[in-house]
Design a protein around this ligand. Structure first.
Ligand code: TRP
Length: 338
């Protein structure tokens, strides 16, 4: 494609957000975050830390504030570039909560009741089944629709929410005429699926009781090495992808994701070597991947002025952009202009 063709072709808009959950795992990084970084070159990306969504479960104020800042700094360290892609804190942009209220009035009780995440979470937090947990998807719909996003990169667990977002947008457009772009899920090429190091039939998750099952991006190198050395394997003692070799398959997948080598190349490289050597090599490759991220994270988290300036600038940009959509929707409903 020639330069001029590229300039004429308007880039599609991507929106995504991640909750500030405290720990970002290797699974989050290789499965989602790293793709966000790559998408910045080909799309107009807008990213946010979804801190409004986070209070559907109770948060300790001090830890919560730190988790939001840590998530923000860590995403910068991973390569989110706010000069290219506005990257803001959701609660700083008031249009999100406003449109969420409006969309609530165009979302049916029955639709929200069918959300599997709501059903799961209300079982897990049976003592706090609050209305926010129930209407969580309309806030997520607001996040996406405010920016007229074309594409939303999401994991399988959020697919039902995106489907609902599309239904809400179509319903609104059906009543008032075209207001919201109908977003599509973005299914990445191969976001590596990282499994638990202790039970490789399960996804790697920081809520796993066994801390050896997951690796955090900010884990110390020696902790990372220890966790990989303890990783569950099989009794065949051959480094290759195969059936009944979930542990080794997972380690090969991780190795491939962090080094860019193919599964075959890895199998050849470790021919005749034991699992001990292989696990050490995977641990070392992961440590090398996270080392520069950890260094940058430490720089950012200790540079409060830079952080503040950056999230403020992105929030101002996001506000201007999202206000247009909110105004348009409100006018259609019949609100009196400010
Ligand atoms: N609900 C998403 C999650 O928990 C986070 C999120 C909030 C999101 N708003 C969004 C994701 C908008 C994509 C688009 O993973």
């Amino acid at each position: 494609m020639s330069d001029t063709a590229e300039i004429k072709e308007k880039k599609k808009v991507i929106f995504s957000a991640i909750q500030p959950s405290g720990t970002i795992t290797l699974g989050n990084y290789l499965g989602a975050l790293r793709n966000w970084v790559k998408l910045q070159d080909d799309y107009n990306c807008i990213y946010a830390v979804a801190d409004l969504h986070a209070i559907t479960v109770r948060q300790d104020p001090k830890a919560f504030r730190q988790n939001i800042l840590n998530a923000y700094a860590l995403f910068l360290a991973c390569g989110i570039d706010p000069e290219k892609s506005p990257f803001f804190i959701q609660s700083h942009v008031h249009t999100h909560a406003e449109l969420a209220w409006i969309l609530n009035c165009y979302t049916q009780f029955g639709e929200l009741s069918r959300m599997t995440q709501f059903k799961d979470k209300s079982q897990k937090h049976a003592d706090n089944i609050n209305a926010g947990l129930f209407t969580y998807p309309s806030l997520m719909a607001a996040d996406i629709l405010l920016y007229q996003a074309d594409l939303v990169p999401i994991g399988i667990d959020q697919k039902q929410h995106l489907e609902l977002t599309r239904n809400i947008a179509e319903r609104f457009n059906g009543i008032y005429g075209n207001t919201f772009k109908i977003p599509e899920p973005y299914i990445g090429k191969v976001g590596a699926k990282v499994m638990s190091l202790q039970d490789p039939t399960k996804k790697m998750s920081k809520s796993d009781e066994n801390v050896n099952a997951w690796v955090a991006i900010l884990d110390n190198p020696d902790v990372i090495m220890k966790k990989f050395k303890r990783a569950v394997t099989d009794s065949e003692a051959v480094v290759r992808v195969g059936e009944g070799k979930d542990g080794i398959n997972n380690l090969i997948g991780i190795m491939s994701a962090v080094t860019g080598k193919t599964e075959d190349e890895i199998a050849v490289e470790f021919e005749g070597k034991g699992y001990g050597d292989f696990k050490t090599a995977v641990g070392e490759a992961v440590v090398e991947t996270v080392r520069p991220i950890q260094e940058k994270f430490n720089d950012y988290i200790n540079n409060k002025d830079y952080l503040t300036e950056t999230y403020r600038k992105s929030a101002e940009f996001a506000l201007r952009l999202s206000q247009r959509t909110l105004d348009k929707a409100m006018k259609k409903i019949g609100y009196v202009a400010r």
